[in-house]
Design a protein around this ligand. Structure first.
Ligand code: C5P
Length: 221
């Protein structure tokens, strides 16, 4: 049978990661965080990635091997054999990621790597362009949204829970800039696929959104 692919796209701070992990766990399939792939790529390329010659950029990208193993909450993403950890979870790395994510060569490389991971494996996959570009034939496509204020607030609590300092106003501004960049880039901009189930999560709690996602998956599978 074809692998089951559930795509969860949406802007920063909407709760994609928590919900995608939980959905993968409930369905007993692997969880892929493509934002983590962009973040890791941004860190590996370092600042100045947009000034590299195409051939150099391609060589640097091709030296990165992403691998997904495990299932549900225990899914593990590796780059060149090394487990990707919390070092990528800062808003600065998010900003770096959204800068390199505008480069067509980076997107092409990511798309190929993500499709390869999904080719033989059932997945819940989160990102920005999973339903529109990378997995256009996904079993079920979800698009999560929420007001910018709600998302800044959720990200603020998430960072505090990780023991990090965070400034709500500064976070709100960083998230706003990152969303603008993600929505307005020419290649694979953030938008719901025509056949996506769009869920406005602004006034829902996490359990309610989770139930809505499961209902959409059941209706589609
Ligand atoms: O989801 P996360 O906040 O970890 O993503 C970091 C950045 O990576 C996003 O702001 C976006 O620019 C980029 N990204 C992307 N396409 C994806 C996933 C992430 O462009 N599928």
């Amino acid at each position: 049978p074809n692998p089951l692919i559930v795509t969860i796209d949406g802007p920063a701070g909407v709760g994609k990661t928590t919900l995608a992990r939980r959905t993968a766990q409930a369905l007993g399939v692997a969880y892929l965080d493509t934002g983590a792939m962009f973040r890791t790529t941004a860190l590996e390329l370092g600042p100045g990635a947009s000034d590299l010659a195409d051939s150099e950029l391609v060589a640097r990208l091709q030296s990165l091997r992403f691998e997904l193993s495990g299932c549900g909450e225990k899914s593990v993403l590796r780059v060149n054999g090394r487990i990707i950890g919390d070092e990528i979870r800062t808003e600065d790395v998010g900003t770096m990621a959204s800068r390199i994510a505008t480069l067509p060569l980076v997107r092409e490389f990511q798309c190929t790597a993500q499709q390869a991971i999904g080719s033989g494996t059932s997945l819940v996959v989160e990102g920005r362009d999973m339903g529109t570009v990378v997995f256009p034939h996904a079993t079920c496509k979800i698009f999560l949204d929420a007001t910018p204020e709600v998302r800044a607030e959720r990200r603020y609590h998430q960072l505090r829970d990780m023991g990090r300092e965070a400034d709500l106003a500064e976070l709100a501004e960083q998230i706003r800039q990152r969303d603008d960049r993600d929505r307005n880039r020419p290649v694979a901009p953030l938008r719901p696929a025509d056949d996506a189930v769009v869920i406005d999560t602004s006034s829902l709690d996490i359990d309610q959104v989770f139930e809505a996602i499961l209902a959409a998956v059941r209706a589609a599978a």
